[in-house]
Design a protein around this ligand. Sequence first.
Ligand code: DAR
Length: 345
Amino acid sequence: MKADPGDQSLFCGTSNALVKRFLSPAVFNRLCRLKTDTGFTLARAIRSGQKNADSSIGIYAGDAQCYTLFKEIFEPVITAYHQITAPACHTRNLAFVDLFDLDPDRDFILSARVRVARNLDAMAFTPHINRQDRQMVEKQILDALHSLSAPLKGCYHPMEKMDPGQIRDQAHTGKAFIPGDRFQEDAGINRDFPLSRGVYTSEDKTFMVWINEEDHLRIICLEKTGDLGRVFNKLVQALDCLGKALVFASDPCLGYLNACPTNIGTAMRAGVHIRLPKLEKHPGELEKTAQAHGLQIRGTFGEKTRVTGSVFDISNRRRLGVCETRIIQDLYTGIAALMEKEKKL
Ligand code: DAR
């Protein structure tokens, strides 16, 4: 879809958000009076991008129907971000993989983490869900989690009773999460925080489920290891169990549907925390190698944070038009290439 000059009046002049690039006055006028069945509008969808001039995307979905009703703006944003020509029918492949430990001596890799975002089908997403439905989402997910057996068996830490200080402390121990950033705040995702929010953790703390953070579920496997395959395979096992009890919002072409259009398709982010002190001094080399392997470089504490102690958060960039096993294999190859470069410098 050829990008019309965006409607400059809707967004800050300095914004480079994808939504600004594609939301022409004509598209805006066609979509601005529409409402989804849950009552979500285009104005609500773009509010975060209007209030944050440094948004990279600038639009959130309030329910699954947004992706069809507001397709004229979601589709060009999706094809631009995920670098696909047009949303082909998404393929899933959640099979076990057989990979070696990339760093058995732990010279570089501090930890490996694989997470997927999911939303319960037929429920409004976090930018739009009401208090009652958010509570129902929490209950349905907990019923599924409490049926898990070892090694996924664990306990739930509801955040409703925690004060902000306790939430900050518990976030360090992985038993809570802090409110979403200003982008999520302006998208309405933090409403009623911390009601119906909480974290489920397995007994060995390598499996977690965040309930009602940016999406209804963030299903996370995390280990202090370079064994990407083991961490991925545990996530595959967890998804197999949870998929038997819960129905997730999805689309034949777009895959799993979530609040942010960057998190659709596999909705999977697989990454490592890796110490690269020499490549830190050669940012061009680091960026070139990462890009060659479809990897995204983030700061030590994730999106839009700084690098501290030469520790980078490096993960897959694309989530749509590429299946889960391919993502983990590309990550494996890309991290191995970065480790080789670091050794040679
Ligand atoms: N910060 C918003 C969303 C970017 C994608 N990251 C998410 N979904 N956590 C932006 O438009 O820049």
